[in-house]
Design a protein around this ligand. Structure first.
Ligand code: SDX
Length: 428
């Protein structure tokens, strides 16, 4: 491996150190570039730029590898639970039974939200998108816990904020759905585990008992595990950047929720199902939509396809595709959208346009099929993504704060007007 990188600028040679990660990823450390050369780098979308060193998640886009703290996602999805994976991401090790019980009990104790939060709900129009409500109410937690805005957070304070957020986001998420449907809100139950409690708060009615189906609980755990972290994606980088200003965990995660809502990021899972429904309404001709996706004059993209990092396959998509088959079979559901999705995938995987650009199904392509089978409405799909990604956002925020990383403040290359004098309006 090269020990350093040499850059020659204006006839002068400069040397910069090379660093190597535990998985042999290499980077040129340009921390002193501007001081030594007067130059900066520019990399729109940070496609070639590392923002940090992290020990949380490793992914290899070429090989389709994804590991949380070294554990392969395939093993965690099949053998672990979402709370166990959340503990692993946040604290760095798989918990003992006693540690997991304590973590779970602490979360159970904090699932209620302040009654004044309900009053904030009343201020939203009933048609408000659940992600708008979720990001607002998660940020509002800073008002209920002002001590969370502090530069010198103690371990106890950070841990309490972690527990509060893990506990209250599912309650608020379920309430956004109930608010959207005009249904009475369900309060959390202490006798149910994390996924079952969320399903109960989502679907229970005063007039009829909601039967918790273990197949659905298992599917929710698997989906939340698969969404739990993904190193420096758009929303996680947002959480880190906001948190680097010593903003509270709640305010940082609220910013991440807004980034995730973007249709190019987590909002894609809602767009995928809406795309599949549009293809179904149009008669199911997938080739027509493949052609649209390839047409540069058509803004249409095959939602759920492509990824900034995975240029082979998204390992999560393979697991979710298999889970979609299993859940629909177990629930006795035949969803024509699944067949359209499978046809789209097959068509794209043999089409040179997609093959040349290495566009494969990503995590969002099949997840909506399962959410729909469970009865979760399309507008709640990205809320489900946020529920899953929460421990990843927390872990990354915590790592950034514990490593005392500096406030994020990128540079720019100015391309605007040169120096000029102000002219009074009558002279313009
Ligand atoms: C997530 O970062 C993460 O890890 C994100 C995520 C996570 O867990 O946090 O994995 C979750 O966000 C998954 C991605 C969900 N988004 C979508 O499914 C939306 C559809 N896909 C894209 O818009 C796109 O593929 C991105 C945004 C995912 C990646 O965009 P890039 O890396 O910036 O690639 P690009 O836009 O520069 O595209 C490269 C080429 C272009 O064609 P050319 O200009 O070379 O001719 O591929 C084309 C694009 O037009 N292209 C597509 C396409 N995606 C890329 N063409 C048709 N359909 C698509 N879906």
């Amino acid at each position: 491996m090269a020990e350093s990188a040499e850059i020659i600028l204006d006839g002068k040679s400069y040397s910069f150190p090379v660093i190597e990660g535990t998985e042999h990823e290499k980077a040129i450390d340009i921390a002193k570039l501007r001081d030594q050369t007067g130059y900066i780098t520019i990399d729109s979308g940070y496609k070639n730029t590392g923002a940090t060193k992290s020990a949380i998640t490793f992914l290899d886009g070429e090989e389709g590898i994804l590991r949380y703290r070294g554990y392969p996602i395939e093993q965690l999805a099949e053998q672990s639970s979402f709370l166990e994976v959340a503990y692993l991401l946040i604290y760095g090790t798989l918990p003992t039974q006693a540690e997991l019980d304590e973590f779970s009990n602490q979360i159970t104790k904090h699932t209620l939200v302040h009654e004044d939060v309900r009053k904030i709900f009343d201020g939203f129009p009933s048609a408000a998108h659940p992600m708008a409500i979720l990001s607002s109410l998660i940020c509002a937690l800073t008002a209920f816990y002002p001590e969370s805005v502090s530069p010198d957070l103690s371990k106890e304070n950070i841990d309490l904020n972690v527990i509060r957020l893990m506990a209250k986001l599912p309650t608020i998420a379920a309430w956004t759905y109930k608010n959207n449907m005009g249904h009475p809100l369900n309060y959390p139950r202490n006798d149910l585990d994390y996924a079952a409690n969320f399903l109960y708060m989502m679907f229970s009615f005063p007039t009829e008992k909601y039967e918790i189906n273990p197949v659905v609980v298992r599917a929710i755990n698997k989906l939340l595990i698969l969404h739990a972290d993904h190193e420096q994606n758009c929303s996680t980088s947002t959480v880190r950047l906001v948190g680097s200003a010593n903003a509270s965990l709640y305010g940082s995660v609220s910013a991440g929720i807004n980034a995730l809502w973007g249709p190019l990021h987590g909002g894609a899972n809602q767009e995928v199902v809406e795309m599949l429904e549009a293809i179904q309404r149009d008669g199911g001709d997938t080739s027509k939509f493949i052609a649209k996706a390839k047409d540069k004059n058509d803004p249409f993209r095959l939602m759920g396809f492509g990824h900034r990092v995975y240029k082979n396959f998204d390992p999560r998509a393979k697991i979710i595709k298999k889970a979609a088959d299993e859940v629909l079979t177990a629930l006795g559901i035949s969803d024509p959208l699944l067949k359209i999705a499978q046809e789209l995938e097959q068509a794209a995987l043999t089409d040179p346009y997609f093959v040349e650009r290495k566009l494969y199904p990503n995590v969002d392509f099949y997840s909506g099929i399962i959410y729909k089978a469970i009865g979760i409405p399309t507008e709640m799909f990205t809320v489900m993504f946020a529920l899953g990604r929460l421990p990843g956002w927390i872990a990354q925020w915590k790592e950034m704060r514990e490593n005392k990383e500096p406030i994020g403040r990128p540079r720019q290359v100015y391309t605007g007007e040169l120096d000029r004098d102000y002219t009074p309006i009558e002279q313009r």
